[in-house]
Design a protein around this ligand. Structure first.
Ligand SMILES: *Cc1c(COP(=O)(O)O)cnc(C)c1O
Length: 456
């Protein structure tokens, strides 16, 4: 039998008690209590549910997570871009708590409630100034993608789903087929979904193509392999997340959107990672001058609570029959209340500008590191969605072992980082939009030490 009570710990505090926004280590990483928990976990959680860093978190605020051993660790990952406005944001906590005391569930498709409508209003506003877009709410990014595809198929009456190389869309049966990487997402879980076509993307560092050239390559491929008139939708991450924060060349996305329009293909922007103010605009695609037919949001939308949105042109969304869309927990009232607070906080605290501040300070620091370490081939990204691509010196070959060593060294020093890319060729940075410049400087100095150590 597994012991299910926690062993004696440092006195626990609630997350709302002030957590100093600074790095402070009191044990090695992972510490003894984390290691103990990890042993217990192995008996009851399967290895397929893998934790990148087995440091067990007790509480968190803004940019700092505090583990069960009392270490204060700088979180530059944010649960992969979820805590965009920081951990346990006061306004989010208050809104969620108020809603918890009112009603936690009715099922919107049974008897509705206002917070769902408010989130839909905010999303319509964010995409198109409030006009002509309607929203279905679900729980996760993968569900958003599933529903986006479903809605596009219903609207067009066509089966085909076009995606791009280096894409990531989730772990459900359909989305795991849509991902670029077979391992670990689809391998052994077949049969895979049919009618999914993976076209070449725009990856300027590697293909050297202009946006127009890369778009031509993508379109030629899809016309040849899928046939435009068989395609329901093209699903695109405007900045590819798991792929390595790949920013397409100028003109690439507008050319794809134009081709979709001309061929009756629904253009779906998967903004699950890049959306919700992360890149300095509410949705990253704004910066490419494209208004998509459908926008998918999730990760950062509710400040850490599960929620996902499928927001599309009303005409497309209206094709689905009553009862065709929904799910028991979709648009949970507590998550919706939290999301409303997130939208309000983005505005009130000027978080779009904060994303641009982070792009400037963090970006400048990363470029300094690039001068110093020739394994850094590129600094890229927008706003608070930045990455560095790591290569074998003098080549463009990925160097995942260096990525791994740098991330390990940073973890030992109390900075939580994450790799990215089909070949683990990148280190990505997803700080809270409230991370101070002082904390960013500290992260950069830890990165510097970690590179020196990893390469030494
Ligand atoms: C994370 C992610 C998803 C999947 O979201 P889940 O909530 O993990 O299902 C889909 N698309 C993109 C771009 C993502 O980054």
């Amino acid at each position: 039998m597994t012991e299910v009570t926690l062993s004696p710990a440092a006195p626990s505090t609630t997350s709302e008690q002030a957590i100093a926004q600074e790095r402070r280590l009191v044990t090695e990483i992972p510490g003894p209590r984390s290691r103990e928990l990890h042993e217990r976990r192995k008996a009851v959680v399967p290895p397929g549910v893998h934790s990148v860093l087995p440091v067990y978190i007790d509480r968190a605020h803004d940019s700092i997570v505090v583990d069960v051993d009392g270490n204060h660790i700088i979180d530059v990952c944010g649960g992969i871009g979820v805590t965009t406005i920081g951990h346990t944001d006061d306004a989010v906590i208050q809104a969620a708590r108020e809603q918890l005391g009112k009603v936690t569930h009715t099922l919107f498709t049974m008897t509705p409630y206002e917070p769902y409508v408010q989130v839909a209003e905010h999303l319509a506003q964010a995409i198109a100034g409030g006009e002509g877009y309607t929203t279905l709410l679900m729980n996760s990014g993968a569900e958003a993608v599933e529903n986006g595809v479903k809605i596009a198929r219903k609207y067009t009456g066509r089966p085909g789903v076009a995606v791009l190389e280096h894409a990531y869309h989730g772990r459900t049966m359909l989305t795991s087929t849509m991902n670029f990487k077979a391992a670990p997402y689809a391998l052994g879980y077949g049969p895979r979904a049919s009618d999914v076509y993976k076209a070449p993307n725009s990856y300027p560092l590697h293909d050297g193509l202009s946006g127009a050239e890369a778009a031509k390559r993508t379109i030629n491929y899809l016309e040849k392999v899928a046939g435009a008139e068989d395609l329901a939708c093209l699903v695109v991450e405007p900045i590819q997340g798991e792929g390595g924060f790949i920013v397409p060349a100028d003109g690439y996305l507008p050319a794809l959107a134009e081709w979709c329009r001309a061929n009756g293909i629904v253009f779906i922007a998967d903004e699950v990672q890049a959306g919700m103010a992360r890149t300095g605009t509410m949705f990253s695609i704004e910066q490419f001058g494209v208004v998509p037919d459908i926008v998918l949001s999730a990760k950062g939308i509710a400040g850490g609570l599960p929620l996902a949105g499928i927001t599309g042109r009303a005409e497309i969304m209206a094709k689905s029959q009553p009862g065709g869309l929904g799910g028991t927990f979709g648009g949970n009232p507590v998550s919706c209340a939290a999301a409303v607070a997130v939208f309000e906080q983005i505005k009130q605290r000027g978080l779009l500008a904060e994303a641009k501040r982070i792009e400037a300070t963090f970006g400048a620091g990363l470029r300094e590191l690039q001068e110093k370490y020739n394994v850094i081939a590129e600094v890229r990204g927008k706003g608070a969605m930045l990455a560095i691509e790591i290569v074998k010196p003098g080549t463009l070959e990925p160097a995942p072992e260096i990525v791994g060593r740098v991330i390990d060294e940073a973890a030992k020093r109390g900075v939580l980082l994450l790799s990215s890319g089909a070949y683990n060729q990148a280190i990505r940075f997803l700080p809270s939009l409230k991370m101070s410049d002082a904390l960013i400087e500290d992260v950069l100095s830890v990165l510097d030490e970690s590179f020196a150590e990893a390469l030494g």
